[in-house]
Design a protein around this ligand. Structure first.
Ligand code: NAI
Length: 339
């Protein structure tokens, strides 16, 4: 690695510490739901990532077009589109990382939990295929409700005897991306340098941004912190309402998903000190799954970091989110074990 120069681009997706695209290990990445609102821009962003050598684009419809389009981009990875369930096995075989943005998005007036009935079944069937065709892959779950779909996937993997808690991630990165953007705006600091951990889960009040730990520090009032917290929690709904029936966040989600996938790949490749927030199996609270800062390594989760010091406001937020998060987790587990 020491012989490789970083590329000169300043964009985080293209900037590589310690690898050039020629020397990075071969990595196959699949996007399941690749023809969707998130899937298409995510396919584009993963095609731009020099850590990917093979990009597998799967959906129940539309993937030949997306794959042909993306494949013309002159970057490292070879792109193949797979369509329909009989091609799912080929799409997954040999994968190091599987990203799942498959399923229906929210419309105005819906909560993420309203998506449960349709998306739970989709996630269950995709997880079953992952257990069969690429049981050792890292899984990045984007499909909502993440608070339930991650436990569903865990149960499916347990039944198949392939569960490795270090390899299953609920993608909460968009909450972090939003918290950073909103904080930078309020604190009037350059957004590139901002860090804000977001913990808990990925729906409404279960999203708990820890602005008391935000860097760089800013002297924001309690009212400002409350407003920032609420805006982060309602960020998804802000987009759903603005899109007025045409879906939920897709472009910002694709960005967040690509950043998180990149962090997972860096961890797999042995880059040190890769830390991002994610909803994972956890023992830092009494709940079996919880989002917090996670250190990523060669086997996925290397360490689940604890919450750190919380303000009184955050302590209250933590207490109020626990019952809802608990019931969403239980709902997922129950669904996976029935039928
Ligand atoms: P979309 O409807 O535009 O795309 C979903 C895609 O999934 C479609 O192309 C559809 O054909 C495909 N699909 C359906 N069943 C499938 C199956 N069995 N196998 C493979 N693909 C299948 O929806 P969009 O906007 O891309 O959202 C996708 C999911 O991501 C939704 O559940 C949404 O709630 C979630 N989401 C999660 C966020 C997060 O922060 N984790 C943020 C925004 C959305």
């Amino acid at each position: 690695r020491s012989t490789c120069a970083a590329t000169s681009s300043t964009h985080p997706l293209l900037r590589r510490r310690g690898y050039s695209s020629e020397s990075a290990p071969e990595r196959k990445v699949a996007v399941l739901g690749a023809a969707g609102g998130i899937g298409q821009p995510l396919a584009l962003l993963m095609k731009l990532n020099p850590l990917v050598s093979s990009l597998s684009l799967y959906d129940i419809a539309g993937t030949p077009g997306v794959a042909a389009d993306v494949s013309h981009i002159n970057t490292r990875s070879e792109v193949v589109g797979y369509m329909g369930e009989d091609q799912l096995g080929k799409a997954l075989e040999g994968c190091d990382l599987v990203i799942i943005p498959a399923g229906v998005p929210r419309k105005p007036g819906m909560t993420r939990d309203d998506l449960f009935n349709i998306n739970a079944g989709i996630v269950k069937s995709l997880a079953t295929a992952i257990a069969k065709y690429c049981p050792h892959a890292l899984v990045n779950m984007i499909s909502n409700p993440v608070n339930s779909t991650v436990p569903i996937a865990a149960e499916v993997f347990k039944k198949a005897g392939t569960y490795d808690e270090k390899k299953l991630f609920g993608v909460t990165m968009l909450d972090v991306v939003r918290a950073k953007t909103f904080y930078a705006g309020k604190a009037k600091v350059p957004v590139e340098g901002v860090n804000v951990p977001v913990v808990g889960g990925h729906a409404g009040i279960t999203i708990l941004p820890l602005f008391s730990q935000a860097t760089p520090k800013a002297n924001l009032s309690d009212e400002d912190i409350k407003a920032l917290t609420k805006r982060t929690q309602d960020g998804g709904t802000e987009v759903v309402e603005a899109k007025a029936g045409k879906g939920s966040a897709t472009l910002s989600m694709a960005y967040a998903g690509a950043i998180f996938a990149d962090a997972c790949l860096k961890g797999l490749n042995g880059v040190p000190d890769v830390i991002e927030c994610s909803f994972v199996q956890s023992s830092i609270t009494e709940l079996p799954f919880f989002a917090s800062k996670v250190k990523l390594g060669k086997n996925g989760v290397e360490e689940v970091l604890d919450l750190g010091p919380l303000s009184d406001y955050e302590k209250q937020g933590l207490e109020s989110l626990m019952p809802e998060l608990k019931s969403s987790i239980e709902k997922g587990i129950k669904f996976a074990n029935q039928s």
